[in-house]
Design a protein around this ligand. Structure first.
Ligand code: UDP
Ligand code: MN
Length: 335
């Protein structure tokens, strides 16, 4: 089995480690203010008169060297290391959708979060349509939130894959569209991945009450599992997990809606099985692949995100299939 960072170091050793923040905040600030060709790593198009002259330098270099000459030697680059948060949604209510985005942004160190991608799985509600929602989030979140509209209802697996393909960050974070990220949720999701990019990290999922919106814990941690009908189950923590609290502990399967994973590792695993339709069971497929392909999965007690567990399912099943049974079957083949 893959030797994770907590097996190389004791929890006490990890707690004692000093982390140096190497960021040069002054330089980051100066870079953010720079104006000019190619600044922040943006593409640069030569003006028409120079465009005609670019061939000569192109031929000897194999790239557009004339464009290079127009760009400052000290140009700034945008910070693309940090997570894209991918939020698939189908007909999500507007205030719960926007609160999801606002809480993700407000409670993350600004320079650690690249972008929140709302992937609209062909919603039919007016507030989700282009350009209304696109303009609204632009005004509210100043470019940090972007909307991708899928042409037809394809389900959350396809929507997450579409978001993951657009993402440029090192880490992908997937979140449901009716969540609230709590205090400092982000760094504890990233740290185990920084130690080992084949670690997938889940936050604790708290409960946002569907009636009165109270935010409360469902418990203080559990390991994920499933029964013979492939219904998700929560098992007690191991005594060693409890003793190591609040260090991350291993969990066999994720709940599914909320997790962080390195983009490289996600694609190394082939992403999700693209045949998984609409909803459900995808957490088993990904969890099995993580553990069986050299990775590991942990829950991070210091990262907490609330989720509205609905009172009832309001959207009719657009197909006739029992999705979880189908996934179960595909997973049996996989195993
Ligand atoms: N979702 C989607 N397309 C679908 C079904 C669900 O984009 O066809 C989104 C949904 O809006 C939510 C996430 O996928 O953000 C998970 O779905 P849901 O919250 O209904 O699942 P639950 O949390 O009830 O398991
Ligand atoms: Mn949900």
């Amino acid at each position: 089995m893959y030797n994770g960072y907590w097996e190389r170091f004791t929890p006490e050793e990890i707690r004692q480690m000093k982390r140096i923040d190497w960021h040069d905040q002054e330089q980051i600030k100066r870079d953010a203010e720079r104006q000019g060709p190619g600044e922040r790593g943006q593409s640069f198009a030569l003006p028409p008169d120079l465009e005609a002259q670019k061939d000569k330098l192109y031929k000897v270099n194999g790239f557009n060297a004339l464009a290079s000459d127009q760009i400052s030697l000290n140009r700034s680059l945008s910070d693309i290391r940090h997570p894209n948060v991918i939020v698939p949604f189908h007909n999500e209510h507007l205030s719960t959708l926007l609160r999801t985005a606002a809480s993700l942004i407000n409670r993350a160190p600004r320079h650690l979060l690249r972008e929140v991608l709302l992937v609209d799985d062909a919603s039919t509600k007016e507030h989700a349509k282009a350009p209304y929602l696109d303009d609204l989030v632009e005004r509210m979140f100043h470019g940090v939130v972007r909307v991708i509209h899928l042409p037809r209802r394809s389900g959350l697996i396809t929507a997450r894959l579409a978001g993951a393909r657009r993402a440029t960050s090192d880490v992908l974070i997937f979140i449901d569209s009716h969540c609230e990220a709590a205090v400092n949720y982000l760094p504890p999701l990233l740290e185990p991945i920084a130690f080992d990019k084949r670690t997938c990290v889940c936050p604790f999922i708290d409960v946002i009450d569907y009636e009165n919106f109270q935010y409360r814990a469902q418990d203080e941690g559990a390991r994920g599992a499933f029964d013979w009908e492939f219904f998700y189950k929560r098992l007690d923590l191991l005594p060693s997990d409890k003793a190591n609290m609040p260090e991350p502990f291993a969990s066999p399967v994720m709940a599914g809606g909320l997790f962080a994973i390195s983009r490289d590792f996600f694609w190394e695993l082939g992403g999700y099985d693209p045949e998984l339709d609409i909803w459900g069971g995808e957490q088993y497929e990904l969890s099995f692949k993580i553990w069986m392909c050299g990775g590991q999965m942990v829950d991070a007690p210091c990262s907490r995100i609330g989720h509205i567990y609905r009172k009832f399912a309001p959207f009719p099943n657009p197909r006739k299939d029992d999705f979880v049974a189908k996934v179960a079957l595909r997973n049996v083949y996989f195993l």
